[in-house]
Design a protein around this ligand. Structure first.
Ligand code: MN
Length: 226
């Protein structure tokens, strides 16, 4: 392989041979009240916020994901992912969905032990959130095909035992608000993914576990941790 022949991270687009090239991966933290509370925070006093993962942390339709090094507490976080399809900054909330190309189901894998240490020491979350293969994702489904879902069951199971369950209507910042808010911080471009936060019930996974999840009306995801 040529040294500079590097793969462009990309996500399958359902019903198309085209792929969605990933530019940036933004994530919303604590965007469901019950999850904020299970993490020890008051969603009424602390609004959601953003962090990032590197583009090549995205693995689309992977059968297996490697258990990462330097953790003994790898957690699952199932999330609705919005894929940006149009450039914009300072996007008004009532125009924000026009910038969303489509939606996918993603898992924000998290080294919870490193995140706890980072929080305690006031350090960045990069090692907790941005490791290799930390962003498994389904195909993207175009909004032109499925619309812009604002309700629908979101769930995750480990070895068929349901661990996370919620509904998209429980998002503190819905997709339009999240996109509008994010666009006040960064100019959004096609290729930008936004993981919109996880409902309550996060917990650990182990080597050999089969992790499945889905969002009603969008897609499902299934990976084995190895
Ligand atoms: Mn998350």
């Amino acid at each position: 392989m040529n040294l500079f022949d590097l793969p462009q991270p990309s996500v399958a687009i359902a019903g198309s041979n085209d792929r969605y090239p990933v530019r940036r991966v933004y994530c919303v933290g604590r965007n469901y009240g019950e999850h904020a509370r299970e993490m020890g925070h008051d969603p009424d006093r602390e609004p959601p916020f953003f962090f990032m993962k590197p583009a090549d942390a995205v693995v689309c339709q992977a059968k297996t994901v490697r258990y990462p090094p330097r953790t003994v507490d790898l957690h699952h976080e199932v999330e609705l992912v919005a894929a940006i399809g149009r450039r914009g900054e300072n996007i008004p909330k009532n125009q924000a969905l026009e910038h969303v190309f489509g939606y996918a189901v993603g898992i924000d894998l998290t080294r919870r032990d490193l995140q706890k240490e980072a929080k305690k020491l006031g350090r960045p979350w990069d090692t907790a959130k941005g490791f290799d293969e930390s962003a498994p994702i389904s195909a993207i489904h175009a909004a032109a095909d499925i619309g812009h879902p604002s309700t629908g069951r979101i769930w995750l199971a480990v070895n068929d035992a349901v661990r996370q369950q919620g509904d998209l209507n429980e998002l503190i910042w819905d997709v339009a608000e999240s996109v509008a808010e994010l666009s006040t911080l960064f100019r959004l471009e096609p290729g930008d993914l936004l993981f919109t936060g996880t409902p309550a019930g996060v917990g650990p996974v182990a080597v050999g576990d089969r992790v499945t999840g889905g969002i009603e009306g969008i897609d499902e995801i299934a990976i084995t941790i190895d």
